[in-house]
Write a protein that binds this ligand. Structure first.
Ligand code: C2O
Ligand code: CU
Length: 405
């Protein structure tokens, strides 16, 4: 897609079950947000639905169903969504790496057992096979001296990733589609929870003919090699790295007014081990092991979900997300991008905007945004097992309920 240009996407449901499509991270009208029962009726088998919107922001996004997510996303219904800049930055090449995680049986088929409640109360359904763009990665061919932009997308159900590029210094230029001050990540490690994206620029300064590993070492003791950067034997395309600026032009995001912002707090609760007692008065309590502020909504979104909180249209908010559990959670808010101001009260550098923020066990983060997009928006953990087992809520912006069916 191109920034600021309208698109129309016809979704033809050839599945034998309901579906919808959510355009993750795109700031669009509520009626196009793809949450069944909340922003639209589910698309029934054999039905067609037309999504039409104009992406305001250039960047790296993705799309996936918001119905029966564990199975539909877990079996591969997802894709990268690139909104091109009006003036793309000067790089030699651009790569998209949509990384997914699968649990395969010995027969090579996707293993059954989605929605295991024991797993849902822990780290979620983590698989045994990681792919890039749907295939078990072979080497990534590169040439010495070139500058490559890689759009990393974590489209896994549950796997958190921490990528390292051996012998290279990736520079982060955008997070969740939103440009940031170009910076090298802490410890050279790119941390990507499910649904998160990072755009990096890599100057290929390795030796011609050599291979360098790209590893994921997020989980202790089970690090693995994702792929290799495989240099051709050809001489460098240029003697020195490109001397062009790395920064991308900013998107037209509304700047929250921190001095007048109203505050809210969302406390993440539940799970196995170490959580404090959790009181649940939400729906479907039988399938809930997680909650936000004591309320558990399970599944993917459905009609009649009462909002956890209501925000005034056009006002700035600082929302404290407090992880009161022993597990990691990538928390996604629909319809808005937000600034991450603090983590555990410490200021976050590099002017980070996001739509999904990864919280470590017991960590808190303050996010700030202008509630400028009216509707009932989901806020949920993007570890899909956590979402469907209760770590989900609705935030209402404005009192206009026209998006509700
Ligand atoms: Cu990728 Cu409800 O979102
Ligand atoms: Cu979670």
């Amino acid at each position: 897609m191109r920034q600021g240009e309208p698109v129309r996407i016809v979704v033809d449901n050839k599945l034998e079950q309901d579906t919808t499509v959510h355009w993750h991270g795109i700031r669009l009208p509520i009626s196009m947000d793809g949450v069944p029962g909340i922003s639209q009726l589910p698309i029934r088998p054999g039905e067609t639905f037309v999504y039409a919107f104009t992406p305001p922001d250039a960047g790296t996004f993705w799309y996936h169903p918001h119905a029966n997510s564990l199975q539909q996303l877990g079996r591969g219904l997802a894709g990268p969504l690139i909104v091109e800049e009006k003036e793309p930055p000067p790089v030699d090449r651009e790569l998209v790496w949509m990384v997914m995680d699968w649990r395969l049986g010995t027969d090579g088929h996707i293993a059954a057992g989605f929605g295991n409640m024991m797993e849902a109360g822990m780290a979620g359904r983590i698989g045994n096979t990681v792919t890039i763009n749907g295939i078990v990665p072979a080497d990534e061919p590169v040439r010495s001296g070139e500058r490559v932009r890689i759009r990393l997308i974590n489209a896994a159900l549950a796997r958190i990733m921490a990528l390292r590029f051996q012998g290279h210094r990736p520079v982060v230029v955008a997070i969740d589609g939103q440009p940031c001050d170009p910076h090298e990540p802490a410890g050279g490690r790119l941390l990507l929870g499910p649904a998160m994206r990072i755009d990096v620029v890599l100057d290929m300064q390795g030796d011609p003919g050599r291979r360098y590993t790209v590893t994921d070492d997020f989980y202790d003791g089970i690090d693995y090699t994702l792929t290799h950067l495989a240099y051709s034997a050809a001489p460098p395309v240029r003697p020195h790295p490109l001397d062009a600026p790395l920064g991308l032009s900013r998107n037209p995001l509304p700047e929250p007014d921190i001095t007048t912002a109203e505050r809210r707090e969302l406390v993440l609760q539940g799970g196995m081990m170490g959580g404090r007692g959790m009181r649940m008065d939400g729906m479907d309590m039988g399938r809930a092991v997680w909650a936000i502020n004591g309320m558990s909504m399970t599944g993917d979104g459905h009609a009649g979900m009462p909002p956890l909180t209501t925000l005034e249209l056009g006002r700035s908010y600082i929302v404290r997300l407090r992880n009161d559990t022993a597990w990691w959670h990538p928390i996604h808010l629909h319809g808005h991008s937000f600034r991450v101001l603090h983590r555990n009260e410490a200021t976050v550098p590099n002017a980070i905007w996001s739509d999904t923020v990864l919280l470590a066990p017991q960590e808190s983060a303050d996010i700030a945004f202008v509630a400028d997009n009216p509707g009932d928006w989901m806020v949920h953990c993007h570890v899909t097992d956590h979402q469907t087992a209760g770590m989900m809520a609705v935030v209402r912006v404005g009192d206009d309920q026209s998006g509700r069916r």
